[in-house]
Design a protein around this ligand. Structure first.
Ligand SMILES: *Cc1c(COP(=O)(O)O)cnc(C)c1O
Length: 452
């Protein structure tokens, strides 16, 4: 029985899989924040280059991956899949646990899978500069890397708590030539507005997005780039699941359940959509599970409604699961999962019950992270550890029910920049924050009123 299931460089996918082609209903229209009317390509062109806008609205099933992008992917792709034999032994399960490991990318997570094509298409379209936000720092790192490969300047608005918790992420981005500021910052109207009201704001992804969008919208040489949520981002991440299906074939196995942590939904899309395709084709019936933090339970406790993607209400309105655009989640350590909304595609598929959702507190998640690290040798990102925890829960439940399951999860990144979080956990400084129902209600009362 092989621990590691490897593919060859020539096995790097040649196309991305667009789930929209197989969805029962077309994705809900994205609405203009001012007029409430559906946005067209021209509304988006100040923010994104045309090839990305075309991918955003495409219903074509297979979208070719440019050769130049595949050559850069080859620096770390195909990524390994491992059978977690030592984890199975450590928890004493009869189930089989596999994980796909995206932490081998230069930036240490799945995010370069989209940062590279985004930088490529911006370069081709003649843009010179990219403004973006980062929660935990992984997306900013990936975009800094992408910008450096294609000679683009990158400005990163980094959520204030992460800026303070993770100085090495900032230094990493700066090493690749990016400019990084703590958000809310004094560099934008959105940032100055928040600082005037709460000078100690911990920041949030919603605030940082407002800043980056304002930056890009006010400079013709600058594009905005988002590391998750949008359809083209979810599309780029499908290289993960396409490879994983090949690797499962080599292992002579097929997952009963496919698990991904879920912040904006891109890595779950990446591992999950190609397996969902088998369900659409009527070939197989895997369960696909989104795992989120109990402190930011977008799918499991939010509502499905039109909302802004950011706090300052600059972005188009997206129909998604949301906790409200002005929701500021507690400063938990899985910064990449602290987003009030979710991908429109993930939201719609969840609403149609093609995906499941689970939420866990960070203490249980860190316990599982260390169980995994001691067994498998890799220190996981706190975000990814939500998927690990769900896989362990799944395996234990199967044991109790006397079943033997095949479980696959996406290990979306490593945790070598998250040692302060591990230090807090080991020394008992972490707390669980259950998100209070009345706070959700308050934020939801402020949802935009739209007639559709
Ligand atoms: C950003 C990030 C996530 C969460 O983002 P999704 O878009 O939901 O995938 C998960 N894991 C890691 C390691 C990340 O960097």
């Amino acid at each position: 029985m092989d621990v590691k299931i490897l593919l060859k460089e020539s096995d790097i996918p040649k196309t991305w899989y667009n789930v929209v082609a197989d969805m029962k209903y077309a994705p809900a229209a994205v609405l203009h924040p001012g007029t409430g009317k559906p946005v067209g390509p021209d509304d988006l062109s100040p923010l994104f280059p045309m090839p990305l806008i075309e991918q955003e609205v495409s219903a074509q099933r297979e979208i070719p991956i440019p050769e130049e992008v595949r050559r850069i992917y080859a620096l770390w792709r195909p990524t390994p899949m491992c059978r977690a034999l030592r984890l199975e032994a450590a928890i004493g399960t009869k189930s089989k646990i596999y994980y796909k490991y995206e932490g081998v990318s230069p930036a240490g997570s799945h995010k370069p899978n989209t940062a590279i094509p985004q930088a490529y298409y911006n370069k081709m379209a003649g843009r010179k500069r990219i403004a973006t936000e980062t929660g935990a720092g992984q997306w900013g790192s990936a975009m800094a890397l992408g910008g450096s490969f294609f000679g683009l300047d990158v400005k990163v608005y980094m959520v204030n708590v992460s800026y303070n918790q993770k100085p090495y992420r900032r230094m990493y981005m700066e090493a690749y030539g990016a400019q990084v500021v703590a958000s809310p910052s004094r560099d934008t109207n959105a940032g100055r507005g928040i600082l005037a009201e709460s000078p100690d704001s911990p920041g949030s992804l919603g605030i940082a997005i407002s800043e980056a969008v304002e930056d890009a919208a006010t400079r013709p040489d600058t594009s905005y780039a988002l590391g998750s949520v949008l359809n083209h981002v979810c599309l780029h991440q499908t290289v993960i699941g396409i490879e994983a299906k090949e690797q499962m074939k080599i292992a002579g196995d097929y997952p009963d359940v496919v698990i991904g942590c879920c912040g904006g939904g891109s890595n779950l899309s990446g591992i999950g959509f190609p397996f969902l395709r088998d369900k659409f084709d009527g070939k197989r019936d895997p369960r696909i599970v989104a795992v989120e933090p109990a402190s930011c339970p977008t799918l499991t406790k939010g509502i499905y409604a039109y909302d802004f993607g950011d706090t300052a209400k600059l972005t188009p309105l997206i129909k998604m699961y949301t906790l409200g655009h002005d929701f500021v989640p507690p400063g938990i350590h899985a910064g990449g999962l602290r987003y009030h909304g979710n991908s429109a595609l993930i939201s719609q598929l969840y609403h149609e019950k093609l995906l499941e959702g689970q939420a866990y507190g960070q203490i249980a998640v860190f316990q599982s992270a260390l169980t995994f690290a001691k067994a498998e040798g890799l220190l996981p990102a706190p975000e990814s550890s939500h998927a690990i925890h769900a896989a362990i829960v799944e395996a234990r439940r199967a044991d109790e029910e006397g079943k033997r399951k095949t479980i696959l999860f996406n290990l979306s990144g490593h945790g070598y920049f998250d040692l302060a979080a591990y230090d807090d956990f080991i020394n008992g400084r972490l707390a669980d924050h259950e998100h209070p129902a009345e706070k959700i209600q308050e934020a939801l009362d402020r949802l935009p009123k739209v007639e559709v």
